[in-house]
Ligand binder design. Structure first.
Ligand SMILES: [Zn+2]
Length: 179
């Protein structure tokens, strides 16, 4: 088990790395209690509206990969909004929950012309104008008459296929688009 001083060092390092990128972020690294491994809790208002896997992506993409491997490997991560608890996070849906439906959800999204609609709403430089969420995809699918539940399932299925935001959904549905 890592010494408490080691965890304090990790907490300080994590805060230093994330604070400039996630304004107002709070970070806590605590010794094993409920789980066998130390826990890292990252609290940030910007996680609101993002699914659990999207939130983790935000954290990981803001930590240099060598540093993540060297210092933060082996922690259990929770990315919470200021009012949330770990149990709220544990109850959030995951891409695995829709694995069996993923294929048909993708096919239905393609049929509804989602990629073209996203390109239209994100413009020429989709990578740049993308907000890092599924906001445009949710809006387009809602406009196509999809239910809230089905839209959520589509977003989870996209995560399961490595697309974490609107511009990555375009790349997923139209690999030749070069985004
Ligand atoms: Zn994007």
């Amino acid at each position: 088990m890592p010494a408490r001083s080691q965890l304090e060092r990790l907490q300080k390092l994590l805060k230093e790395i994330l604070a400039p990128k996630l304004p107002g972020v709070e970070v806590e690294v605590t010794p094993p209690a409920r789980w066998k491994r130390p826990v890292a809790v990252v609290r940030w208002g910007g996680f609101a509206g993002l699914l659990a896997e999207q939130r983790f992506r935000v954290v990981v993409s803001n930590i240099p990969s060598e540093m993540f491997e060297r210092d933060f490997h082996g922690l259990i991560w929770f990315e919470l909004t200021p009012g949330e608890e770990i149990d709220d996070y544990l109850r959030m849906p995951r891409s695995d929950d829709v694995a069996k439906k993923a294929e048909s959800l993708m096919a239905a999204a393609m049929q509804s012309g989602l990629a073209a609609k996203l390109k239209e709403s994100l413009g020429d430089d989709a990578g740049k104008s993308c907000g890092g969420s599924f906001e445009a995809a949710r809006r387009a699918l809602a406009g196509a008459g999809w239910s809230k539940t089905r839209i959520e399932e589509f977003c989870l299925a996209a995560l399961g296929r490595g697309a974490y935001c609107d511009c990555e959904v375009i790349a997923l549905l139209q690999p030749e688009s070069g985004i």
